[in-house]
Design a binder for this molecule. Structure first.
Ligand SMILES: Cc1cc2nc3c(=O)[nH]c(=O)nc-3n(C[C@H](O)[C@H](O)[C@H](O)COP(=O)(O)OP(=O)(O)OC[C@H]3O[C@@H](n4cnc5c(N)ncnc54)[C@H](O)[C@@H]3O)c2cc1C
Length: 203
């Protein structure tokens, strides 16, 4: 059954949710559809469904993925192999990886996680993609250690480090460091004995 982004069918008095629609068939999606369809039908509001749809395949290891549903953006990929993830190493489950898809300005556009509890680790990434967060937002959030979600954090760190190497970021960092050095030098000079400003020395 065809629906628009408000879950309304071609009959404006009928809304639909779940497997009966043309959307992917997931329990979590059916629940979100039902909430949107019911509030739009009953309250007359215009809530929209999100194009961000997480999916998990419960194999061993789990495979979990999410995308923003947007197209036409330039995307880079950052991968952390779980052979370098401390939790995976301590549990001897290093067979997976975490991949982030990153757009301009570090915006998170999606990712794939393969490994134990990949579905749980995907929750943070789904929220980040849904809320249009950046890799800097992930990096600036303290993550408990050691967890499988460290894969998302580590991959975000790779992207932030890379962005800090851009000519603009390098110039800004150099400029700040120079200003800081000048300020510290000025403070050191003014705190030396006998280095009071001349206007004071005349009195
Ligand atoms: C084997 C299997 C495993 C799955 N595993 C997952 C999973 O791990 N994760 C996940 O997200 N999704 C999974 N899914 C998909 C998920 O079950 C569906 O996407 C979800 O149940 C859709 O919800 P729904 O409410 O649209 O439909 P349903 O859950 O199918 O509910 C429809 C209800 O309508 C009733 N019904 C049908 N016709 C009539 C009628 N004429 N009158 C009254 N009642 C009627 C049915 O009996 C049923 O109770 C799985 C599906 C299958 C088949």
């Amino acid at each position: 059954m065809l629906t628009n982004q408000h879950m309304q069918t071609t009959n404006p008095l009928i809304w639909a949710a779940g497997d009966v629609t043309a959307h992917p068939q997931f329990t979590h999606l059916a629940g979100v559809h039902a909430s949107v369809a019911a509030s739009n039908a009953v309250l007359g509001v215009r809530r929209r469904i999100s194009p961000v749809i997480p999916r998990v395949t419960y194999t061993s290891p789990e495979v979990a993925a999410v995308t923003s549903g947007e197209s036409g953006q330039s995307v880079t990929s950052r991968i952390v192999w779980h052979a370098h993830l401390d939790r995976a190493v301590t549990e001897d489950r290093t067979e997976g990886f975490t991949e982030l898809l990153v757009g301009r300005g570090g915006r998170l556009l999606g990712g794939t996680i393969v490994g134990p509890r990949a579905g749980e680790s995907l929750a943070e990434l789904s929220l980040a993609v849904h809320k249009k967060l950046t890799t800097s937002d992930i990096v600036g959030t303290t993550h408990a250690y050691p967890t499988y979600s460290d894969g998302v954090w580590n991959a975000a760190v790779l992207n932030v480090r890379e962005r800090l190497k851009s000519p603009l970021a390098r110039t800004a960092i150099k400029g700040l460091a120079t200003l800081r050095r000048l300020a510290l030098d000025a403070r050191r000079i003014s705190s030396k004995p006998g280095s009071r400003p001349q206007s004071d020395a005349r009195h």
